[in-house]
Design a protein around this ligand. Structure first.
Ligand code: COA
Length: 402
């Protein structure tokens, strides 16, 4: 018997949940003009509340989405967000109760995987979430960049709703696509773009080539303090950049790097294999200022998730999975290039479901997890077989913050 219980929230409770969540991040309640953007993003059945003494003390939410897995398949995905427990109720098992309920509800709703962005890395491993993709922060000294190229296609600025409409259409065409990319729910755009547009000096530029519009960049420019003796320390930040092909990608970067009166171009949330340095005359003008964990992935339905992705040619391997929160996932799986079957065989490698999530998109290998003591090796030579089967061509990346 616990001193709190978990309930599905209805729309009369969303604002209180939102205020509670913001409070756990030390933000004040959203004023009415911001709440209108958040309100429409609450999805019926996907907001949970923890209650004690008749008050809401914790909350968790998820958005319906889809995620691309190695081989190109797209699976139902829950994007978990707005997780928080009121400061006077922490470390009493409230999050664990919310997680137990949420994991079960998402799996029952047919979501094959869930993912989140973690405020702190110590929280979610115990619930079966593992780091499955990373991203980078970049800083480019524009004057030093010594650009020698110009865009080969046309890049044009598109204002307001028209810009957002083109960006959304291109995004929906391109993501989910690359492994790790996800679909954005309709309210994502209002919350992350329109709301911020209203507050900041953001712009959308669209690139077109021989087959029409094929990429866009959303960026903002922040003016520095005026100093008559020096260039203004104006910074341009790339917020969102998606392109159909390499030509469009290069043109969009060349466009932002070519904008006058900008001293520094920064970007966050970019893929770890994005070759921006190679566009520059002086590659040292581009500094990688940070690399961080991006997708924390949870395999909710392990058989469905393992079956959805493809595997490289190689000898099969039997892996054993442990899942304390969704025990129906626990068991042995024989993985081969022909597919995945549940078996009674003794496993050659045994790992918790969070470690399985980390190898699932291919960002880390079984060997690396073994070397860092994240899995149990029963048959040492099985590691090389697992590495071959799970290897991918492209580093996973999501590119959508939520
Ligand atoms: C993170 C948070 C939701 C945890 O809620 P909680 O109700 O205290 O978590 P629980 O009591 O269920 O904790 C379960 C376990 O995780 C551990 N844990 C949870 N949050 C932790 C944290 N931030 N740091 C270290 N350990 C943590 C607990 O110690 C406990 O460990 P145990 O099972 O070994 O005893 C809460 O601290 C919070 O709201 N933080 C601020 C907002 C935030 O970061 N939200 C997450 C957004 S991604």
């Amino acid at each position: 018997m616990t001193d709190h219980d978990i309930r599905v929230l209805d729309d009369s409770q969303y604002r209180a949940a939102h205020t509670l969540f913001r409070g756990t991040l030390h933000y004040s309640p959203a004023p009415d003009d911001q709440w209108k953007f958040a309100q429409e993003s609450y999805e019926p059945g996907r907001a949970l509340g923890a209650f004690a003494d008749g008050e809401m003390i914790g909350t968790a939410h998820s958005f319906s989405s889809r995620l691309a897995v190695p081989g190109g398949a797209v699976v139902p995905h829950a994007a978990v967000s707005r997780v928080g427990v009121r400061a006077d109720w922490t470390r009493r098992g409230v999050l664990s109760a919310l997680q137990r309920e949420q994991l079960r509800a998402m799996r029952s709703a047919g979501d094959v995987v869930a993912s989140l962005r973690a405020s702190e890395t110590v929280i979610y491993g115990r619930y079966g979430y593992g780091v499955a993709s990373r991203y980078r922060y970049l800083r480019i000294d524009r004057h030093r960049a010594a650009l020698r190229m110009r865009p080969v296609g046309r890049v044009r600025l598109v204002e307001g709703e028209a810009g957002e409409r083109i960006a959304r259409e291109l995004f929906d065409e391109l993501s989910p696509g690359r492994t790790g990319t996800i679909s954005r729910w309709p309210a994502w755009w209002a919350l992350n773009l329109r709301r911020v547009f209203a507050e900041e000096n953001m712009k959308i530029a669209v690139r077109s080539g021989s087959s029409g519009d094929d990429g866009y960049v959303v960026y903002k420019v922040e003016l520095g303090e005026h100093d008559p003796g020096a260039d203004k320390p104006t910074t341009l930040t790339v917020m969102d950049l998606w392109a159909r092909d390499a030509e469009a990608w290069a043109d969009l970067w060349l466009f932002v790097l070519g904008i006058d009166l900008v001293v520094e171009v920064t970007a966050f949330g970019r893929p770890v294999d994005e070759p921006v340095q190679w566009l520059l005359g002086d590659r040292r003008a581009c500094r990688i200022t940070d690399e961080s964990d991006e997708t924390w992935l949870r395999l909710l339905d392990v058989p469905a998730a393992l079956t959805a992705r493809t595997y490289r040619e190689g000898e099969p391997v039997v892996i054993g999975v442990r899942d304390a929160y969704l025990p129906e996932n626990s068991g042995s799986y024989r993985v081969s290039a022909d597919g995945v079957t549940r078996v009674e065989d003794a496993p050659e490698l045994v790992l918790d479901v969070d470690a399985l999530a980390s190898v699932y998109l291919g960002d880390v290998s079984f060997s690396t997890l073994a070397a860092t003591r994240r899995l149990d090796v029963v048959q040492a030579e099985a590691l090389a077989r697992a590495d071959v089967l799970f290897a991918v061509n492209e580093v996973p990346w999501s590119g959508s913050f939520f």
